[in-house]
Design a protein around this ligand. Sequence first.
Ligand SMILES: Cc1cc2nc3c(=O)[nH]c(=O)nc-3n(C[C@H](O)[C@H](O)[C@H](O)COP(=O)(O)O)c2cc1C
Length: 331
Amino acid sequence: MPSPAAPPPPVVTPFTGQFGLAYPIICAPMFLVSSASLVIRAGNAGGMGAFPALNYRPLERIREAIRQIREESAAPFAINIIMQKSNRDRYRHLELALEEEIPLIITSLGHPGEAIRLAHQGKCRVYCDVVGLDHARKVADLGADGLVAVSYGAGGHAGTLTPFALIPLLARHFPLPVVAAGGIVDGAGLAAALCLGASAAYMGTRFIASCEAEVTSTYKAAVVAAGCHDIVNTDRVDGYPGNFIRTPALDALGLEPSLVERILSGSRTARRSLARIRATRVLFGAGSSRATYKTVFSAGQCAGLIDDIPSVQQIIEETIRHYHAIKGTLP
Ligand SMILES: Cc1cc2nc3c(=O)[nH]c(=O)nc-3n(C[C@H](O)[C@H](O)[C@H](O)COP(=O)(O)O)c2cc1C
């Protein structure tokens, strides 16, 4: 029997140094997608796994997931906490992450001040999702340990800037590790992100189409089938601009704003209230929401570059091999 191929050589960056990892790849936290098994597989393949606290309810299930991760992997991992009011459990998530001494807390949406303050009393580091310079300045001033640069075209709630502007902008202004988020599926994307000044790459959509992702085969097939132009940016699902695969279920939402919404959109307060109501319905399945992350499929524009469903280990090792090969051939 042929012996399994040796893992590719490590890629050393400030991010891998901070966490003692072989490779600067984070299997990005994805609502209803990132399970303990994805985290375990990513960590055991030399990257870092991350999961949203909201994927496990009630709270005791988060502890069970953490126990499982620690039993099956020695690698550091991350928990993602939504710090916005729509997540009524945000402080309990924080408390649990600190009690469990999870190496990395990643905050998204809302104010990360309390997360950073409390984490720094213990052993956890906090990275914060950001979409621009002002946003990054606020979290850097609060003491964030790293920035996740969420760019246009990313899966989930995307930013508005191209990664070619956002990553160097953040790398120039802040002496913090920057994680590039959005559009990365292979070694070319990783190489580009590192050239632009990132210390690591989030890969989200790529891991939805993996053997171990615990999503339906319909979702995986939709990612494989989607072209880049099939990704629609809309706030119709939960009130925040996010990227979704164009399907009949998404079209059924009516992608154009209604008359009432057009009138209310003149008022910032009304806009925020609408967004909050939608987010609460989607995150907690309350009310009679027509769409949730279960009925429509979120994915980034890079879905158009994905045409297979390999294992998590294959994705990470192929990405790193491709990265090393590309590095040696740049003109
Ligand atoms: C289905 C899905 C769910 C997501 N849920 C979350 C989430 O709960 N919290 C979060 O911070 N980011 C979330 N994201 C964003 C990812 O963490 C990451 O930023 C994004 O997938 C990177 O872009 P890519 O998909 O092009 O690789 C989600 C993305 C997807 C595709």
